[in-house]
Design a protein around this ligand. Structure first.
Ligand SMILES: [Zn+2]
Length: 207
């Protein structure tokens, strides 16, 4: 069997930003959860399994105390360190070419400083690609891009709205399918789904 293991080192600050929360309210310990604690634990786990993985690191997170040391230790243990951009900006693929280039360059510099080696692989924030981003990656000499993932096969095709309601504590089956109000919104062509909890997800996408 051939398989590969990779980990995107999105820190809690990235998740706060996704949900419109204030990343500045996170403590240093919380900021270290991924680039320090998770890197060290996963590196130890992978070594125990005799498995070499790829960590896609965010350049901007290298400023978090202890993150450079943890990543260097992972690299010294034989794991690859790729770039997951500098700012983890989901709109990176839509930025002008000069801004894309500047972000990639900053990430490379931060990773090089941390582990002593420039990254040779790239994974886009949010797996969002564009021709401009791919061309920038190629032009900067990366060996590969790893931003496309196969979609797991599903047995049942679900109806098209991607608008779902998440209920804390509920079974996965209770939120894995579009709820009735998003299906109704899709049927009637309404632009908003009443059940979406965040203004960032107010619009129901339809295929
Ligand atoms: Zn990410």
């Amino acid at each position: 069997m051939i398989f590969s293991v990779s980990v995107d080192l999105d820190g809690l600050g990235c998740y706060a930003a996704i949900h419109g929360l204030d990343a500045g309210a996170l403590s240093e310990r919380e900021l270290q959860a991924v680039p320090v604690a998770a890197v060290s634990r996963l590196s130890e786990l992978f070594s125990a399994l005799r498995l070499r993985a790829t960590f896609f690191a965010i350049g901007g997170e290298m400023g978090i105390p202890g993150s450079g040391r943890a990543l260097r230790a992972a690299a010294d243990a034989g794991h690859e360190v790729g770039s997951h951009s500098h700012a983890h900006d989901y709109a990176l693929s839509r930025r002008p070419a000069a801004e894309i280039d500047a972000d990639l360059e900053r990430a490379e510099g931060a990773i090089l400083e941390a582990v002593g080696k420039a990254p040779r692989g790239f994974r886009a924030p949010g797996y969002t690609l564009s021709r401009a981003l791919l061309e920038a990656v190629r032009a900067r000499g990366y060996l590969y891009d790893s931003s496309l993932l196969r979609r797991p096969t599903t047995r049942r095709r679900r109806r098209p709205s991607r608008c779902t309601r998440f209920e804390a504590g509920g079974a996965a089956a209770s939120w894995a399918a579009p709820d009735s109000s998003s299906r109704a919104a899709a049927r009637t062509g309404a632009s908003e789904c009443a059940s979406c909890p965040s203004p960032r997800f107010r619009s129901c996408e339809r295929r």
